[in-house]
Design a binder for this molecule. Structure first.
Ligand SMILES: Cc1cc2nc3c(=O)[nH]c(=O)nc-3n(C[C@H](O)[C@H](O)[C@H](O)COP(=O)(O)OP(=O)(O)OC[C@H]3O[C@@H](n4cnc5c(N)ncnc54)[C@H](O)[C@@H]3O)c2cc1C
Length: 376
């Protein structure tokens, strides 16, 4: 009999796993999403390095129209006054069919939903109760439907509600005293940047990232800014701290801006139930300063799919060991970037810039710092 799997949450992690199960045809599965629809009108950008592209290619990522994708060839690093410090060649990591890619998040979700939307996705579903029955897990939803499954996959994001049903220990995400302020730009708004590349500008307690998200010259703009409150009283007033460092940025900040509080999980905790797994941000939520959240969601989904398929003994233990090893590498680098991108002392910034120039030219450093993440 086919194994039955319930995936809770239809973000990038849950949908990626669903696509592998769909392609394999040896499983019955359903994705249960609490919202009533997918966020397909969301225009913000996402960067996918080749570790995730390699996996997505196995489920036909190349079918996305090329005009909806971009392949930036480098990252240009600037100080906040728009003076270039150095650059990083991204093509050194690319393979034959795997290129560093940027796109709108909605383009990725649209692609991931394609094959599974009608038969394998149910909206408005929230778990009410779980219990064990005949060696399986019985999930009851708050609309009084239920499902009896062999595996439950928590893919419901950093504030995972699935965990509260199966785990005694909480894994509460920590607010990192920072906000991400985002918009889509239709022009460089007066900045002296090469808009075919990723531009990263580092200032006092903030950094900005600008990159193309398609071939229509639309640019994703995100400003990560230290701030003690999860919701700013006024975004414009808050951004004065950045504009004072470079008045040219005022034009950029005239666009339609939205803010997100940045949370991360400090601990990685194994599942205490051999039939329950966590993937994506539900396993571990990272700071966005290595642009690996979605990439790790994709990786974790694929790792778990392979383990379930291979039917190796003690899947739970192997999954946790391998996933946490990998996630720790990414977490260390994301945290380190967060620290170095935001230095407030002028002196420390000069030292940082000197080391960046020096180290980004060294193949051995680039390979050990980024290659280990991108080439998994
Ligand atoms: C500013 C910013 C920029 C970023 N940029 C990048 C980037 O460039 N590259 C990158 O790789 N990553 C980036 N990330 C991170 C990335 O977006 C996330 O890590 C990734 O989307 C996590 O995917 P997920 O599927 O695990 O969780 P989510 O995307 O959070 O999806 C969880 C899903 O579960 C649903 N859900 C929640 N609770 C329940 C419930 N109780 N029952 C049922 N369903 C539920 C939610 O509605 C949602 O659909 C960025 C993050 C931020 C904040």
């Amino acid at each position: 009999m086919k194994k039955k799997i319930a995936i809770i949450g239809s973000g990038i992690a849950g949908l990626t796993l669903a696509n592998f199960l769909f392609k394999d045809k040896n499983y019955e599965f359903m994705v249960y999403e609490k919202n009533e629809s997918l966020p397909l009108d969301e225009g913000y950008g996402i960067q996918l390095s080749i570790n995730s592209i390699r996996i997505l290619n196995k489920i036909n990522f190349s079918k996305i129209k090329s005009e909806n994708l971009y392949h930036p060839k480098a990252i240009d690093f600037y100080d906040i006054q728009n003076k270039k410090i150095c650059d990083l060649d991204l093509t050194q990591f690319n393979g034959n069919k795997h290129e560093y890619t940027t796109l709108q998040r909605s383009t990725l979700i649209e692609f991931l939903k394609d094959d599974i939307y009608t038969q394998h996705l149910r909206f408005g579903k929230k778990i009410k109760e779980v219990s064990e029955l005949k060696g399986k897990v019985l999930i009851k939803f708050d609309d009084n439907t239920n499902d009896l499954v062999d595996y439950v996959i928590g893919a419901d994001g950093i504030f995972s509600n699935t965990r509260t049903f199966f785990e005694k220990k909480t894994n509460k995400p920590v607010f990192k005293n920072a906000l991400a302020i985002r918009t889509i730009l239709n022009s460089k708004s007066g900045l002296d940047i090469d808009q075919s590349k990723i531009s990263l500008m580092m200032g006092k307690n903030c950094h900005l990232v600008i990159y193309p998200i398609n071939k229509k010259k639309e640019l994703n703009f995100v400003c990560i800014l230290r701030h003690k409150k999860t919701v700013p009283d006024n975004i414009k007033t808050l951004l004065e701290k950045v504009v004072i460092q470079n008045p040219n940025l005022e034009k950029v900040f005239e666009e339609n801006l939205k803010s997100w509080p940045l949370f991360a999980t400090s601990k990685m905790l194994p599942s205490s139930n051999s039939k329950v797994f966590y993937i994506g941000d539900a396993f571990n939520g990272f700071l966005p300063t290595l642009a690996q959240g979605a990439g790790q969601s994709i990786e974790s989904a694929y790792e778990l799919f392979k383990l379930i398929k291979d039917e190796r003994g003690n899947i739970q233990n192997i999954y946790f060991q391998e996933r946490s090893k990998r996630a720790k590498i990414v977490r260390r680098r994301s945290n380190f970037n967060f620290f170095t991108f935001h230095l407030s002392s002028k002196f420390m910034q000069i030292i940082r810039n000197f080391f960046m120039k020096f180290l980004l030219k060294r193949k051995s450093f680039v390979n050990s710092y980024l290659g280990t993440v991108y080439k998994n």
